[in-house]
Design a protein around this ligand. Sequence first.
Ligand SMILES: Cc1cc2nc3c(=O)[nH]c(=O)nc-3n(C[C@H](O)[C@H](O)[C@H](O)COP(=O)(O)OP(=O)(O)OC[C@H]3O[C@@H](n4cnc5c(N)ncnc54)[C@H](O)[C@@H]3O)c2cc1C
Length: 409
Amino acid sequence: MIYDVIVVGAGASGMISAIVAAEKASSVLIIEQKEKAGKKILATGNGKCNYTNMDQTLDCYRSDDSTFVKKVLSNFDNHKTLEFFNRLGIYPKNRDGYIYPNSQQAASIVSVLLMECERLKINIIYNEKVTSITKPDYTITTLNPDMVRSIYQAKKVILATGGCASPKLGSDGSGYDLAKSFGHRIIKPLPALVSLKSPNKFCKTVSGVRLQAQVKAFVDSKILANEKGEIIFTDYGISGIPIMQLSRFVSRALDDNRKAYLTLDFFYQGSHDELYSLLLSRCNNNPDKTLEQMMIGLFNHKLNRVLIKETGLDITRPCSKVKKSDIDNLSKKIKNFIIRINSTNSFDFAQVTTGGIPVTEIDPMTMESKKKRGLYLTGELIDVDGTCGGYNLQWAWSTGYIAGSNCNK
Ligand SMILES: Cc1cc2nc3c(=O)[nH]c(=O)nc-3n(C[C@H](O)[C@H](O)[C@H](O)COP(=O)(O)OP(=O)(O)OC[C@H]3O[C@@H](n4cnc5c(N)ncnc54)[C@H](O)[C@@H]3O)c2cc1C
């Protein structure tokens, strides 16, 4: 049998593309290498699935060409995503613009997608990994876990294999080799939305400490990104939403052998002069307290010690003996705390991939490959990565929808 459309990957972009394709095509098959569909969707938003966001600006999607992103999103935007899932049964819950299913269960999203696949008689084959797709006729070879080979044929193929992030959930990077076999270039895939590793020993000392900070990422002394929010120190370095948001810039810079560091401002609500005055008055009012005691109540006590020590001061020094220049230096340290970064956490811990198929090789109006007619590319496989907040799934829905609605025209 020759299928009208074969979709490789039953993830977010694969399932939506198959559903849309099946509205016109008479035979649609999805081939999935895992034992079930949407394993990654189940892990999204801590199991609650932040499936889109009401605040859509182009800077939420990182790419070499924002006009490509704009064209894709204007074809199928967050409102269309809400409509699509509403039709399938998902009642949205809006938390400050971040959209979740009202059930607060990612499993609801997978269930409605699977029910729709069933209704549209889309065939899904599990536990088969696509290992090659031949040109020009789309003969697809798969291997199952027992290394048994199967062959399928299609008129059109949608490659929806995802990137390299969290490979245990299915996306192991094999889609890049399939795309390469059609002449696509691959921009080196690197971990993004990931925590960062530091050689600085103080990270271990303050491991577990969480606090609000303004974070700036510098590469070769040039600022690349600026975020605010809750950071978390870990044994190996630093994590938290602001760190994940800027990680893709650091990831690329480190891969280019450039030096990266972050500056943390733990008192971004006030200026240096305001902080200096605050510390000075705390010292003047408590001459008998030690520097460490004077800091109690400002920041976590473990961090207070690190801040004082990193300024080169003695935590036991009485406030009466602290010079104004020491307070000035301590204020500078609190507002400009440098943490060196030597690597990112691995793909195992990354939420998304930066890199992939260059957008210049895809038609944004159809998601068809410019290298091969009849081949469509979707989701994280493409060199576009979203920030935290529902943007990566929105990218998967948009690209999947466009591919599905154009592959059978
Ligand atoms: C822990 C975690 C939390 C996240 N939370 C959010 C969130 O809340 N909001 C958000 O917007 N984004 C979130 N993301 C990102 C988002 O889940 C992904 O960007 C999105 O799922 C990508 O969709 P996709 O269709 O491109 O790939 P995937 O959803 O990864 O699907 C790819 C599918 O293809 C299959 N496959 C791969 N290669 C082959 C092959 N050779 N043969 C057969 N099958 C194959 C895989 O098994 C997989 O099922 C999160 C990611 C992670 C890891």
